[in-house]
Design a protein around this ligand. Sequence first.
Ligand code: ADP
Ligand code: MG
Length: 680
Amino acid sequence: MATPGGVKPTDAPVTDLPGVGPGTAEKLERLGIATLGDLVLHLPYRYQDRTRSVPFDELEPGRECLATGEIMASNVHHGRRRSLLTRLNDDRGTLTIRLFHFSRRQEQSMRPGAWMRCFGDVRLGPNGLEMVHPEYRLYGEKPPPAAAELTPVYPATLGLTSARIRKWVEAALTRCNEALASHLPDTQFPDLMDAIRFLHAPSHEPRRIDAARERVVIDELTGHYLVMKRRQALLKRQTTIALPSGPKLGRQLLAELGFRLTRAQAKATAEVLEDLAQERPMMRLLQGDVGSGKTVVAAFAAIRAAERGGQTALMAPTEILAEQHFETLSGWLAPLGIEVGLLTGRQSVPERRTRLTAIREGRALVSVGTHALFQAGVEFRQLALAIIDEQHRFGVHQRMLLRDKGRLPHQLVMTATPIPRTLTMALYADMDVSTIDELPPGRLPVRTHGAAMSRRDEVIDRVRRWCESGRQGYWVCTTIEEDAENDLNAAEAVHRELAVALGRLRLGLVHGRLPQAEKHAVMARFKAGEIDVLVATTVIEVGVDVPNASVMVIDNAERLGLAQLHQLRGRVGRGSARATCILLYEAPLSAVARERLAVMRDTNDGFLIAEKDLELRGPGDILGTRQTGEQTFKLADLGIDRHLLPRAVALGNRLLAEDEATAQTIIDTWGRREAEYATV
Ligand code: ADP
Ligand code: MG
């Protein structure tokens, strides 16, 4: 990515800025900021209005605002807690400023006659409206007019305040003034840089803020689309091992499966096999709801590769899932004479070494493992096919282009997040898509009920009766933060609670912090029917397949998003028995949470749920994903912005046809990270 002839200002490292040392750079890195360009594109997620001092008779409790007044009196008050109370007047009313921590100098500076301007939350105190520890500044006389622009608030990280980030952003903007110039006609902000500059310090004009945001989002979505299209063009020129139809071992599996493929499975399999026969590397997304039977499609692909002596790598997001895939595939492929190997962190060093040698020598035809293990220097003799069974969450999607001695293998990416068509068009423009849109016959939709926490005992009692009559169930614990410590506490507490309440039923506990070996052992016992009720954190959400489990309780279901609830619920209803899912929630529910639970009650259709999920995701979620670093986009949020996708696609196509230079500028602005993935 180095540009010949010197580094562009946007590519300069943040340490070029005065006051940014290695320590700060590391913290910025956590926000995804490494260069000045990243800083420029680190846009505020909300604004504070410091443009207008609110007259005291218009102040409202619970609102954040700027207030200006003359100091009337200031006294240390010895109540329950010592505090410095300063009374301000404007010509419309009074406001009290309360400081619990203050220095002698502060106390002396608050003298009557001086003026104070402060910014903070207004609340109702014992003597009327007050602000506690606002940001403030003192003046000898009536202060000058307030700031003309809104004050940006940036996504911050531990140890970096929004105010410091603001300062660096300003410096970066000065240095990168012209660097991101992309001009698009027909928009209120033809120049991207104008829109960005405006968003960092806008005037109080909501319409213009929206227009500027839209301008940047269109640029970003177009950039993403262009990167995908370019990759697609690149792939078309690549060649890899063609895998034409061979001894037809697949037919043998078909005969021995014990079930008939659904129409959708057969179609997806045919599409995959057709791709594999070509010299051009396959790049196919296989989407299908939980339980729709994607694994068997992967098996047919692996068989095809093996028939031709080509190796297959199947990557799963978790070890539990990798082990499960290993068992399933071994069961299907071993009878055909195709050995399946497993690579996990639980294996001993010699075991692993043997595996790696078999892979290097090309004897191991099918290998199953997790991402990390495949990245750590595994050498294939002839990798023909990479299958990636993905995390289901939006935004986690990191496409890996595995290269094998410079050559791309065929790739099949499986996802259980059904993706609405408008999205696949724009976001997966470089991939062909196969969709499994029906479930195997005989599946009964899971019956879903909501229950308020006040009915917890009743729910426990029902679970007890069901499981005493031979059913198995999951009790899923959720926590607010994705915090392993908390997760564990919540699950252990529930485990203790249920151990008492469920009497003679056998309980198990599985959570993310359990050593792999134990996790595996507990899952194996549950699968074997030796555990009746499995208390679990959301670690079980991905892929786990225990057909006899037909009861699920999700504790504090209101904390989870739709996609996650749907994934969890997909763990039950996999066998022939009618399954039940109870969503236990803490009342009162927010409007969005109520609607989420209603959607879950009303439908089992993953596509519908995915649509609703996008609709219901609010600004809070943008923040959430940003903070965990999982976002695909810097600014665009598909919940709010997906109506812009068709415009971005049209624009991208037009630029590719008519204006290569602008297309390149947009790719350079947004494509850096994506380009990095492309060379993994
Ligand atoms: P997912 O798409 O969620 O990965 P799996 O591949 O794990 O789904 O399949 C779910 C279950 O359905 C497995 O137990 C699998 O053996 C079974 N299955 C798959 N296809 C069929 C089918 N056509 N008829 C009956 N059962 C099937
Ligand atoms: Mg699966």
